[in-house]
Design a protein around this ligand. Structure first.
Ligand SMILES: [Zn+2]
Length: 281
């Protein structure tokens, strides 16, 4: 699964490697990923093949690759998918849905092992790209928008939700999913079910600082631990967790702040949180 830090690392790598180059070949294994932006696979392939890449942008977890002629290639790995850089001759795996290769060599593979593939891609006019990607125009990107803690506080307050739910709601905050929301809450010492409007000024500042720190640290970690061809995610396909994660996926392991075992709690259908019952209040 990809969240903001992993997509930002990917964006930076692609910016270095493919801007100024062209798309060579496009292979779509799963027709569903090009809908609703295209009628069918050939329509998407035709729109992307041969195009020159001018810039690589990101909003939340979605990549926007600007092409010539004011077009943009939108790439969203979905709730469980991932995007990997691969060598040009790497064969597709069983869960690979899209392969795009570049004239300089190298390719992008989009994979998703979920039961229901939520990855989406398409080529659209640049002016319509955000809307086509379903990115809420009012939501906050914690890295790109670089809000002040007071702006962030007003945002939280207006949500009327519990902290875990507001952090992971793309109508409010973009790019934070199950992994980094738990990490941010642990870092800030705040419980997942605290109503967002119950936070004191000090707690808002703590949450804000934790959010910035966790995102920046994760980008640094992913950026420094990657080899040339493979972008790892914080949680791999086998559920193994990266070393820099403090609570996510660590049920039963001692909290590194207070030694009490980390627990996993169901919030609602399909949404769980890993947390410490002692030092998160
Ligand atoms: Zn603890």
């Amino acid at each position: 699964m990809l969240e903001l830090p992993e997509v930002e690392v990917l964006r930076k790598d692609l910016e270095k490697e493919v801007v100024g180059k062209r798309v060579k070949d496009v292979a779509v294994q799963t027709a569903g990923i090009v809908r609703p932006l295209h009628r069918n696979r050939p329509d998407f392939v035709k729109a992307l093949e041969g195009r020159k890449l001018d810039a690589v942008r990101r909003r939340g977890r979605v990549l926007f690759l600007d092409l010539d002629e004011d077009l943009t290639w939108v790439l969203d790995a979905g709730d469980q998918g991932s995007v990997h850089r691969e060598t040009a001759n790497e064969p597709p795996g069983p869960d690979t849905h899209l392969i795009v290769s570049f004239t300089i060599g190298g390719a992008l593979h989009l994979s998703d092992a979920g039961d229901e593939v939520t990855a989406r891609t398409g080529v659209v006019p640049t002016a319509e790209a955000l809307e086509a990607a379903g990115v809420s125009p009012d939501a906050l990107d914690p890295l790109d928008d670089n809000p002040t803690w007071m702006e962030f506080g007003r945002f939280l307050h207006s949500s009327g939700k519990q902290l875990k739910l507001v952090l992971t709601d793309p109508e409010f905050i973009l790019g934070i999913g199950p992994v980094y929301s738990d990490e941010i809450l642990w870092e800030s010492g705040l419980r997942h079910d605290r109503p967002a409007d119950s936070l004191s000024t000090q707690e808002v500042r703590r949450l804000y600082r934790a959010m910035q720190e966790i995102i920046h640290t994760a980008i640094k970690q992913r950026g420094s631990s990657l080899d040339d061809t493979e972008a790892e995610t914080a949680v791999d396909d086998e559920g193994g967790v990266a070393e820099h994660l403090r609570v996510y996926g660590r049920t039963g392991e001692p909290c590194i702040r207070c030694r009490r075992p980390i627990v996993r709690t169901r919030i609602k259908k399909g949404i769980y949180t890993y947390h410490c019952e002692r030092c998160m209040i």
